[in-house]
Design a protein around this ligand. Structure first.
Ligand code: PRP
Ligand code: ZN
Length: 300
């Protein structure tokens, strides 16, 4: 049994596109856990945190019902469930804490290559198959389009060849599924990525400290992903040019270089990735011995 009062529960996707990334994120936050084979619960060993492995579509509901304190799911399912909750009169089912910058995909129309409908403007009176009926109906309403929406819980791509729909509206990641079914990807109605969700219910005092720590660590992991530590030698006079070239840099550390009166060593953390072009530009303004190092951890 899990102790609901003192242990934090996080819902993540059981198996799918998001699973590995979500586990990687939590491991980077320091979590070590044990999970038996085919077990739906992972027990945190070094933190009062347990993981619930569930279907991604169930994650918003588990967080909304406060069965889980936190959850990681795609904006696609989060938004779909949110619109469904709204029809039930529930306006703020969960708190969307932050975007996690993985699991990028889009909810888009798909037009069978041989079909007569090839754009949104021709959708009036058509039948559209989707796993996202709430998002789709909401979109059609905003666009003032009257169309029939039929719900498929999976394998939406086969609806046109079964004669069940003229058009589909489904998730696209690489685009291979639509292409394999001779469907042309059309307009996007929602850009999605993974989001961290938090229960709408106040976290119990026993758990607040660790929830706050975890949120802070997740923020740290997000920040270091792109961050780089840069070291170089440069003429003192080039300092303004150099800082102007470095994106998202905080004020640099400038150190004297033994034996050189007019040259210094510059150390700086950049919160964005550094490309070769930037290094070449740094060299052009006089920098030398430039080193770019990954940042492992960061605590603001
Ligand atoms: C989505 C969607 C498509 C597939 C598209 O399923 O339903 O089948 O991914 O990916 P592709 O463009 O890379 O071919 P998802 O992974 O969300 O699984 P689920 O619908 O079973 O949750
Ligand atoms: Zn799903």
């Amino acid at each position: 049994m899990i102790d609901k009062r003192t242990r934090i529960k996080i819902a993540i996707q059981k198996s799918g596109r998001l699973t590995d990334h979500s586990l990687d994120l939590l491991e980077r936050c320091g979590l070590k856990y044990t999970r038996g084979r085919d077990q739906l619960i992972g027990y945190g060993e070094n933190m009062p945190v347990d993981l619930l492995f569930v279907r991604d579509d169930d994650i918003p509901g588990l967080v909304r019902d406060d069965v889980c304190d936190l959850g990681i799911a795609g904006l696609n399912v989060i938004e779909e469930k949110r619109l469904e909750f709204v029809t039930e009169g529930i306006s703020d089912p969960y708190i969307e804490v932050c975007r996690l910058d993985y699991g990028h995909c889009r909810l888009a129309f798909g037009y069978p290559e041989t079909g007569s409908i090839q754009a949104i403007r021709s959708l009036e009176g058509s039948t559209i198959a989707t796993s996202y009926p709430f998002i789709l109906r909401d979109f059609l309403k905003q666009q003032n389009i009257a169309a029939d929406v039929i719900e498929f819980s999976g394998a939406v791509e086969i609806a046109p060849s079964l004669g069940r729909a003229d058009v589909i509206c489904d998730l696209v990641s690489t685009g291979t599924t639509m292409a394999a079914n001779k469907i042309r990807e059309g307009e996007t109605i929602l850009e999605s990525e993974c989001i961290l969700l938090k229960t709408p219910v106040a976290i119990s005092p026993e758990k607040t400290e660790w929830v706050d720590r975890l949120l802070q660590r997740i923020e740290g992991v997000m920040q270091v992903r792109e961050s780089k530590y840069i070291m170089m030698h440069a003429p003192k006079v080039a300092l303004p040019d150099i800082t102007a070239l470095l994106p998202g840099a905080e004020s640099p550390t400038v150190l004297p270089l033994e034996g050189f009166a007019d040259k210094v060593a510059i150390h700086v953390v950049c919160r964005e990735n550094i490309f070769w072009e930037t290094l070449e530009a740094l060299k052009d303004v006089g920098a030398s011995s430039i080193l770019v190092l990954p940042v492992e951890k960061m605590l603001a």
